[in-house]
Design a protein around this ligand. Structure first.
Ligand SMILES: Nc1ncnc2c1ncn2[C@@H]1O[C@H](COP(=O)(O)OP(=O)(O)O)[C@@H](O)[C@H]1O
Ligand SMILES: O=P([O-])([O-])O[C@@H]1[C@@H](O)[C@H](O)[C@@H](O)[C@H](O)[C@@H]1O
Length: 354
């Protein structure tokens, strides 16, 4: 998105901050700030190109008066709307030993409290270069997504904002995207990201004819499917201590890659990079400054060679570029700093959730 006319690089992130309680064997092993807005803001703040600085995006998020992380970096920089009556959305994530295997669901999620939904009228009344619809608890209503599509040149959507349903006890299950009111909006969405667990509910073969679908595959990286092609993008090695926020951080890293002018397949490398960085920390990571400096200098060099300079909502390059492998190798150098800083409250966490 460098050099977009009028410097119109502003982004719109829609989805809530929440409280995450991490449990193992029924015991609380961590309490952290969560919600896609927290992980997404953290990565966009860290990885957006200089033209998009300082933090040139708006977060529309809702919390209750009980919100415990107002002074944490992401909410402090991008404050949520306060709902006087409703509580902050809260999830319990129950981890099991299956977390260690590549494709087993790594946690069982239960929504124990839900804040108010985000309504179309909650969105600012102006145009944005890009939008990220990143609900976790059903807070992004179909009409809100539709308004995002009208306001933003390109919209990237996390499938978890569209296909989650909640049982009586709050247990998260999935519904088929095709049977939701969101399905008709897909042709106006640029990218739809789903985890491999969510992919069957998205229906990749149908969805790819309407927008580019990205399926994340944990430690195996991700695959992109568009109308007429597909690609696979390798992961970065990481020591996983908490998988929470990997998908959110992936999507924000991917968006940042597009902002730097990378093709979708190349941008997915940056998605994989920040997904790996997320699993290397408990909760929302504080990235090592040296890591960010190395990433930035790599991207500054690569961006010089990019031919598709910005998200314009019409044209994307999906295929890998001829610098893809070189970019992966260079980012591996930065990945060495990934687990350098860990935000663990020793009183509440054993430091390794899975
Ligand atoms: N153990 C891991 N090692 C390296 N990268 C990982 C690991 N787990 C996740 N990632 C990265 O984060 C991305 C999203 O993770 P995934 O588990 O697929 O999503 P979700 O958190 O939505 O279930 C993956 O595509 C990958 O790039
Ligand atoms: O781990 P991930 O799939 O990227 O995203 C997570 C959500 O699925 C979860 O509901 C929320 O409580 C976490 O804070 C995080 O946002």
């Amino acid at each position: 998105m460098k050099g977009a006319p009028g410097g119109a690089l502003e982004g719109l992130v829609v989805g809530s901050y929440c409280h995450d309680v991490l449990l193992r064997g029924g015991r609380v092993v961590g309490e952290t700030l969560g919600g896609a807005a927290a992980f997404v803001s953290n990565v966009l703040d860290a990885a957006s190109p200089r033209e998009a600085e300082p933090a040139n995006f708006v977060v529309v998020s809702k919390v209750g008066a009980d919100f415990a992380y107002a002074s944490a970096p992401a909410p402090a920089r991008h404050p949520p709307l306060l709902c006087a009556a409703a509580p902050t959305t809260s999830f319990h994530a129950q981890f099991s030993d299956a977390a260690a295997s590549a494709h087993a669901p790594d946690r069982e999620l239960r929504r124990v409290r839900a804040c108010d939904p985000i309504y179309p009228a909650d969105l600012p009344d102006r145009r944005f270069a890009y939008g990220l619809a990143v609900g976790v608890a059903g807070e992004v209503l179909p009409e809100t997504l539709e308004r995002m599509i009208r306001l933003c040149r390109a919209v990237l959507v996390d499938a978890q904002a569209l296909i989650r349903a909640f049982d009586g006890d709050g247990a998260v299950r999935h519904v088929a995207l095709e049977e939701t009111p969101y399905a008709r909006l897909l042709p106006r969405v640029a990218f739809l990201k789903a985890s491999s667990e969510e992919a069957p509910y998205v229906g990749v073969e149908t969805a790819r004819r309407r927008c580019c679908v990205i399926v994340t595959e944990g430690r195996d990286g991700c695959r992109l499917y568009w109308d007429g092609g597909e690609s696979r993008v390798a992961a970065f090695p990481a020591v996983q201590v908490d998988p929470t926020g990997a998908g959110d951080s992936f999507l924000a890293g991917f968006a940042a890659g597009l902002l730097w002018g990378l093709s979708a397949t190349d941008a997915a490398l940056l998605g994989n990079f920040f997904g790996a960085a997320a699993v290397s920390h408990v909760g929302v990571p504080t990235f090592h400054p040296k890591m960010l400096q190395v990433v930035r200098s790599i991207l500054e060099e690569k961006a010089m060679k990019c031919s598709t300079p910005y998200i314009n909502g019409i044209t994307f390059t999906f295929e890998r570029s001829n610098m893809h492998d070189e970019l992966h190798t260079s980012l591996q150098e930065a990945a060495m700093f990934m687990s350098e800083k860990q935000d663990i409250d020793p009183a509440k966490s054993n430091g390794d959730i899975c």
